[in-house]
Ligand binder design. Structure first.
Ligand code: ZN
Length: 354
């Protein structure tokens, strides 16, 4: 097992290697017959092969839009210094604290910049003032440049008026504790935290993958589980904001969640990803978020559950061991990978006598 030990040096794959070590070593205590010993040896070889496949395949590429735009400063002072973020583009948003009990389910269309109530908010680019609501304005740039939205403020600028770069727009409304800041380019909301957006912005925290589960009305840990029939795979994941905000418990969505499913021979069965980092997600939020998803609130952290694609019909594969590899990455490419193995065990098809 020298090869595996070397891989231990790779911290990001640690959890996966531990899983494999356990996979290889565990059955020896329980298996007695030579035939079974042989099978364990085969499984160990398979595990090494799968590991090699996965290490080569799981690298993340964030497909971020190539926008020929100059970066811009922050909408609160100091303009040239990073401010805490407590909401990310594509966070789950709804009109009740619990996503699935809400009548309105949406993706968050900007970022929430935390700042005390009453903080002055300034234009990050020149343009014309447009009122969306009495406390929500946007500044429309000239053709080909972005429109920027500044919500939850008490504006001091008049509708239709032109404002210059760094013009004072208004003050954060009481009990908001943040300005909702969004960037719209050609009718699409894009991520202000991308490279080339608001500057400076750093993100060195790694996303957290809290659990990999399957859902059948309740959540079950997928680790070493036995499943059959139609299976809905899920991940609970989040990223930790770089700077602590006035909601220190706030979590944000990873910018990218990818998954790969391998069978016991290392063959890839299923793969997919959610791009939540580049632009406002065009999908139905219920296609992405799984039950129990909760937004951040004044009383505590949110909980973000994601479907890993659509329902998977396990009757179409042979019974045996499978590996699920899930990677979550943030907008700066910091990534975390979690791997679990589980068993598919469907009853053999029975034929009804004529
Ligand atoms: Zn917001």
């Amino acid at each position: 097992m020298a090869g595996l030990s070397e891989l231990l040096a790779n911290g990001r794959r640690l959890a996966f290697v531990i899983d494999i070590e356990r996979y290889i070593t565990m059955p020896r205590k329980t298996i007695l017959t030579p035939a079974c010993e042989k099978r364990v040896f085969e499984l160990a070889l398979n595990a090494k092969r799968i590991l090699a496949v996965i290490l080569g395949a799981a690298a993340v590429t964030l497909a971020l839009p190539a926008l020929a735009s100059a970066s811009y400063g922050w909408p609160v002072k100091p303009f040239g210094q990073e401010h805490p973020i407590r909401g990310q583009l594509n966070d789950p948003r709804m009109n009740s604290p619990v996503f699935y009990s809400s009548s309105s389910h949406t993706f968050h269309f900007g970022v929430d910049i935390a700042a005390p109530d009453g903080t002055a908010v300034y234009a990050v680019a020149p343009g014309r003032v447009h009122y969306v609501n009495p406390s929500d304005i946007s500044i429309r740039g000239t053709k080909g440049t972005s429109n920027f939205a500044y919500w939850h403020i008490r504006p001091i600028v008049k509708n239709g008026k032109s404002v210059r770069l760094h013009a004072l727009l208004g003050y954060i409304e009481p009990e908001r504790g943040h300005v909702h800041f969004a960037e719209n380019r050609n009718g699409h909301y894009i991520n202000p935290l991308r490279r080339g957006g608001v500057t400076p912005y750093t993100d060195t925290t790694q996303p957290t993958i809290a659990s990999l589960s399957y859902y059948d009305g309740t959540y079950h840990d997928l680790t070493n589980a036995t499943v059959s029939g139609a299976v809905k795979l899920t991940v609970n994941a989040f990223d930790t904001p770089q700077l602590v905000s006035n909601w220190p418990w706030a979590v944000v969505t990873p910018a990218w969640i990818g998954w790969q499913l391998f069978d016991g021979n290392g063959q890839k069965i299923k793969t997919g990803h959610w791009d939540l980092g580049s632009a406002l997600c065009p999908l139905d939020p219920l296609e992405v978020f799984a039950p129990g998803t909760l937004k951040n609130n004044w009383y505590g952290a949110g909980s973000y559950n994601y479907w890993l694609g659509q329902e998977w019909d396990t009757t179409r594969v042979q019974n045996g061991t499978f590996w699920l590899v899930v990677t979550a990455a943030d907008i700066r490419g910091n990534e975390t990978t979690k791997t679990v193995s589980f068993t598919v065990a469907n009853e053999p098809a029975t034929s009804t006598p004529a």
